[in-house]
Design a protein around this ligand. Structure first.
Ligand code: ZN
Ligand code: ZN
Length: 403
């Protein structure tokens, strides 16, 4: 049992049993999470989800602003005393995947599924708000709940920032459920913890022709092949082995299915993952220079278009240390230091501007088959045990960060 005393500023004698209160919210949490799961919505289409959250937050007395960045929302809980402002962030979008879990609460939206756990994130943050609304007088400062759309395409956080949700915010906190860890485990690391993820499209223009007369054409297929191989040397030969980066070509398109035509155009789509901003800029430049140099040397031309993703997720070291203390009290040695992951998350847009922490909450339960990886059509997590633990941990962290 955790009796929160010292967290409540100026109310040293007030005992507030967070764990019992969280447990009392479990039926409400399960209902909300499974409702969101049944009705998933893709990036920037989260209208139902957003409206449900806004209704919930208004009902418990928060000051809600709807339709920020199209389908996002912000809810402010002003405590009984002045103090810092802590932002709690949750993402709310689903993925274009056809669900195969067979769960009673499986998606009823064809081809759309909550396969990343954002239904859980939204539920957890909404219930931290419920908890805080019950203890508002004891909160010194403001807790601002930000529900952002479109994390899966890393386009939702930036317009929320531009709309001003970070104004006056001193610290940021958020979590991601993690099926690579069993339920009961919590993971975090100080510093860079998730990569910057940028997408690019390289288009090669050669000269089409008859496959039997290559000397009269400029073959974009052969040129593309040279470029694909050469791009691999950017990481293996040009990047300090201690620095971490990935260059992947994921889609190669040329020709229309013929056996006897040299295609005039070839297109390569890929992703760049980095942690270090200098390395990121260097590799962005080098990918184009290398591709266009090879293309030019072989008589073709190349152009590149970037869809810049979010920067790397970087946790503030002192706040991470404070978070560790809180997590250790809750889960003991089940708190681990997770390695950096090459996946991206636009939580980075907030953490890049305001210090904070983004942590992992283990959510897998192999005994019930709810241990598939994120973005898998069979993805599900142990909501009965994960939601209360995550809610308590997020609540305790937000309270601590108000100090
Ligand atoms: Zn995802
Ligand atoms: Zn996710």
């Amino acid at each position: 049992m955790f009796v929160v005393r010292d967290m409540l500023l100026g109310m040293g004698t007030v005992a507030f049993d967070l764990k019992d209160r969280v447990q009392a919210l479990l039926p409400s949490m399960l209902e909300m999470r499974r409702d969101f799961h049944r009705h998933p919505e893709l990036a920037f289409q989260e209208r139902r989800t957003s409206a449900k959250l806004a209704d919930h937050l208004e009902k418990i007395g928060l000051e809600v602003t709807r339709n920020i960045a199209e389908t996002g929302l912000m809810a402010r809980l002003k405590g009984g005393k002045p103090g810092k402002t802590v932002m709690v962030r949750a993402d709310i979008d689903a993925l274009p995947i056809t669900e195969t879990t067979g769960a009673a609460y499986a998606s009823v939206a064809p081809g759309v599924m909550h396969a990343c756990g954002h239904d859980g994130h939204a539920t957890i943050a909404a219930h931290v708000a419920t908890l805080f609304s019950q203890m508002r007088d004891q909160i010194a400062g403001e807790v601002r709940f930000v529900f952002q759309p479109a994390e899966e395409i890393v386009q939702g956080a930036k317009p929320m920032v531009e709309a001003g949700v970070l104004e006056g915010v001193d610290r940021v906190v958020g979590l991601h459920l993690f099926n690579q860890l069993p339920v009961g485990t919590v993971g975090v690391r100080p510093g860079p913890s998730m990569a910057a993820a940028d997408a690019f499209t390289l288009t090669l223009h050669g000269k089409g022709g008859h496959a039997a007369s290559p000397h009269l054409a400029v073959d974009t297929v052969v040129i593309a092949s040279h470029i694909i191989v050469a791009l691999q040397t950017l990481v293996s030969r040009e990047t300090d082995p201690v620095g971490t980066s990935v260059v992947t070509i994921a889609t190669v398109t040329a020709g229309d299915g013929a056996h006897n035509i040299i295609p005039e155009v070839a297109e390569l789509k890929g992703t760049l993952r980095t942690f270090d901003p200098t390395l990121r800029e260097h590799l962005m430049r080098r990918i184009y220079n290398l591709a266009s140099g090879i293309a030019a040397a072989m008589g073709a031309s190349a152009e590149i278009s970037w869809r810049p993703g979010s920067p790397a997720v970087v946790n503030d070291a002192p706040l991470t240390e404070r978070f560790r203390g809180i997590a250790r009290e809750l889960v003991g040695d089940k708190l681990i230091e997770t390695p950096p992951v090459m996946g991206g998350d636009d939580m980075a847009e907030f953490l890049n501007r305001v210090p904070g922490v983004y942590f992992w909450v283990g959510s897998a339960d192999a005994s019930t088959g709810r241990d598939k990886p994120h973005h898998h059509p069979g993805f599900d997590f142990d909501d009965e045990r994960t939601l209360p633990l995550a809610t308590e941990l997020l609540a305790r962290t937000a309270l601590d960060f108000l100090k």
